[in-house]
Design a protein around this ligand. Structure first.
Ligand code: DC
Length: 223
């Protein structure tokens, strides 16, 4: 069992991944990008040309495939059956399809176990997603919920995609983010909601460093 668990939840573009990575680096902890797990299952199902709405076939896939999640170069490297798919999981088509996996309770419960097993390997972990403080690690030492207005979140996602050389239609991207937010908030299992004991940080006007410093202030005050 890790000695220190910090959860960071929040919607797309709230800066969870970059915040979790930098925070983990500063405090010498491992980090877990749980969205990468949902994305990996989506890639595996798409590659096997499964009907993503057919829960049983996706359950079998999760149970039989060998998913590996490793931290290398401060990034989560993802492999299915020893094939590296770290780049592919960020493909916009995967982003669009991930909701089929994220909305199914029996698939979520498998991913929750994967996340808890991953954390077991480390003494300190910063884990980010949608349900880390509510479902996966309800007894975490510190819980944070990041948020930002949707225009700012769209801008951040657009910058990420542009950096990768992808073309961005801002209006379309904002709509996609809003659709994903609604799906994440409204599902019955593991919805996007702050844990009752989470500290909510609105980082619309904060830089990455400032967001991490806010978190560090709270951790240092209590340790
Ligand atoms: O954080 P991200 O954009 O990489 O996450 C991809 C999708 O996975 C997102 O639309 C919601 C889902 N997800 C989830 O349901 N629960 C998590 N703990 C992490 C991600």
């Amino acid at each position: 069992m890790p000695k220190l668990i910090i959860t960071i939840d929040g919607p797309a573009g709230s800066g969870k991944s970059t915040t979790a990575r930098l925070l983990a680096e500063k405090i010498g902890a491992a980090f877990l990008d749980t969205g990468a797990m949902y994305r990996a299952v989506t890639v595996a199902a798409m590659r096997s040309q499964l009907d993503l709405g057919n829960v049983e076939t996706v359950e079998k896939l999760i149970d039989s495939a060998d998913f590996k999640f490793e931290i290398t170069n401060n990034q989560m490297a993802v492999k299915i059956n020893n094939k590296d798919i770290t780049e592919q999981i960020r493909d916009p088509k995967v982003t669009e399809n991930v909701r089929f996996i994220a909305s199914q309770p029996s698939l979520r419960s498998r991913l929750v176990k994967m996340q808890q097993n991953f954390a077991q390997k480390y003494q300190k972990i910063v884990t980010e997603g949608r349900d880390q403080g509510t479902v996966v690690f309800p007894d975490a030492d510190y819980k944070f919920f990041l948020t930002a207005d949707s225009a700012r979140r769209t801008k951040r996602r657009a910058e990420e995609l542009t950096e990768k050389g992808l073309k961005v239609d801002l209006t379309k991207l904002r709509k996609e983010i809003e659709i994903r937010d609604a799906a994440d908030k409204n599902r019955n299992t593991g919805p996007l909601v702050p844990a009752k004991d989470a500290v909510i940080i609105d980082n619309t006007n904060l830089t990455l460093e400032q967001t991490v410093n806010e978190i560090l202030k709270i951790i240092n005050k209590n340790s």
